[in-house]
Design a protein around this ligand. Structure first.
Ligand code: PLP
Length: 519
């Protein structure tokens, strides 16, 4: 078996590495193995000295204090535990993170600096409104630019993720239909390539979901859409650019057909990064669209922080927007918590307060530091980078849609792996041994063994070349019968191939003391 001479078996039972070194103590290359915090063996210590509690049962209706079996670690032990865990995490600050549909781009530190300003980070939603004028002004400016960039008249800032934004948008649509006596519309149309959150959101709101077929070239099948648009359809949910990394060329026609049938057009805006500054969804006939601030506007996401999913709304849906929003009066800015009129807050609110302030600040700092021209270049460079990856790999891997350029993602199928005995999963795991995080796998579902690569605009040509060279070498190895390298991969990660299905289906979410272990 050939293996790269890099990496570090960090388990005592791991295979001997290429250098003939086996770790004796569970660590190597200055990286340590790390058990669960409960397994570190500290039960008799505490990091702080608190006076022993005098159990006073009378105050607590007879409830007495018991030992709660928290791990007992000193401060340095606790700090080391979490630092070791953090070193096992992949992060955009470590290397390229090519997860398609996730827009894992660099998070500029300027955003972090702005978000940590005390006037934004140390305030409370219930403090006097005269003391948070700056924060309200920022929300107002952010709303202004989100509306300007999308060409939409209204925005709800409070949804806390893309999926939460979808929920907000569909609740607005439902409320608008009900207000118009169209509450009988019970179906939402979703293309087969859609992100799983789309049908899930529609079902959550109580709609029946019907799929729209896809054409050979990866776009919405207009004829199929037309045949399904009937008096029962409440909305369509279309992603643009779609999850195959392709622009829906007939998007204006899709909007027209939808409106002619009395339905609303929900656009999943997760892929806005590919068109920001170049295309305004409002001009395309979109009625509602969420914007993942944590994707397009570069706020940390995944393990790195919470998301934010503001929803822009068309004229028709704007009256149904959930509170709050910023209004200006003679005594300054305040949040309007209630609207008046028949459509007011038809479905209540999306969250207790106003949304993710820290994300608002980061997104606004990102917008201002890029400017209108900079944001446009973001989209252009994101698309250029994806096309570069597609062009550099298309002779050794099989692009799912070889004709024409892609948008911000390069999508490959597994046709090129046929007969090699290597699967998409094996190939992705082998990338870990080469020092690269795998791309998105097996999504979208419409492409067999899909590999969806989104490099984003923040990767340099040198980094893209390194990535492409690694993938090319792996592709040659896969076709060259080097099956062992793939089947057991990753060989060099702290943990080997994990049973991901079992982990997803039967996650172990709570630690239980081992009865024999004396814990
Ligand atoms: C990321 C994504 C979502 C969901 O966004 P979250 O912020 O993760 O809830 C929805 N649709 C598409 C196409 C996405 O890529």
């Amino acid at each position: 078996m050939t293996m790269q001479n890099v990496g570090r078996p960090t388990r005592p039972d791991a295979e001997t590495s290429a250098q003939g070194f086996t770790s004796l103590a569970g660590g190597r290359g200055l990286l340590q193995d790390e058990p669960l915090i409960f397994e570190l063996g500290g039960w008799s210590k505490t990091g702080v000295d608190l006076p022993a509690a005098s159990a006073d049962a009378s105050d607590l209706a007879g409830l007495t204090r018991e030992a709660v079996a928290l791990p007992g670690l000193s401060e340095p032990e606790a700090v080391r535990h979490y630092v070791r865990l953090s070193q096992k995490n992949h992060a955009i600050d470590l290397a390229l993170y090519p997860l398609g549909s996730c827009t894992m781009k660099h998070n500029p530190r300027l955003n972090e600096k702005a978000a940590r300003l005390a006037g934004f980070s140390d305030i409370h939603p219930l403090q006097p409104v005269s003391t948070v004028q700056g924060a309200l002004a920022l929300m107002d400016r952010l709303a202004h630019w989100l509306k300007t960039l999308t060409g939409m008249p209204a925005v709800a800032l409070s949804p806390k993720a893309g999926a939460h934004g979808e929920l907000c948008g569909l609740l607005c649509i439902k409320a608008a239909h009900e207000a118009a006596g169209q509450g009988h519309r019970r179906t939402v149309l979703v293309p087969t390539s859609a992100h799983g959150t789309n049908p899930a959101t529609a079902a959550f709101v109580g709609y029946a979901v019907q799929e729209i077929a896809q054409t050979e070239d990866g776009r919405v099948d207009l004829a199929d859409l037309e045949s399904k648009l009937g008096p029962d359809v409440a909305a369509i949910m279309v992603t643009n650019p779609n999850t195959c990394g392709l622009f829906e060329r007939d998007i204006i026609e899709i909007a027209k057909l939808t409106h002619a049938a009395g339905a609303y057009f929900y656009c999943d805006g997760a892929n806005f990064n590919a068109i920001v500054g170049r295309v305004r969804p409002g001009d395309l006939g979109v009625d509602a669209m969420h914007i993942n601030l944590h994707k397009t506007f570069s706020t940390p996401h995944g393990g790195g922080g919470p998301g934010a999913g503001p929803v822009v709304l068309s004229e028709a849906l704007a009256p149904f927007a959930p509170a709050p929003w910023v209004v200006s009066g003679s005594d300054g800015l305040r949040l309007a918590e209630e609207a008046t009129g028949p459509a007011a807050q038809a479905f209540g609110r999306m969250s207790a307060f106003h949304g993710q302030m820290g994300m608002f600040v980061r997104a606004y700092a990102y917008m201002l530091s890029h400017g209108a021209d900079g944001l446009r270049q973001v989209a252009e460079d994101a698309v250029l980078n994806a096309n570069y990856v597609k062009a550099r790999l298309c002779d050794v891997m099989s692009p799912a849609f070889p004709d024409g350029p892609c948008m911000h993602e390069a999508l490959f199928d597994d046709a090129w792996l046929e007969g090699t005995g290597v699967s998409t999963l094996d190939f992705a795991k082998a990338m870990i041994d080469e020092g690269f995080h795998p791309m998105t796998m097996y999504f979208p579902l419409v492409v067999h063994g899909a590999m969806l690569i989104e490099p984003t605009e923040t990767e340099s040509k040198a980094e893209l070349d390194r990535f492409c060279e690694a993938l090319r070498a792996l592709a040659v190895a896969a076709k060259g019968n080097d099956k062992d390298r793939f089947k057991g991969a990753p060989h060099l990660a702290p943990l080997r191939r994990l049973d991901e299905t079992l982990a997803a289906r039967k996650p172990k979410l709570a630690w239980k003391p081992d009865p024999a272990g004396g814990a």
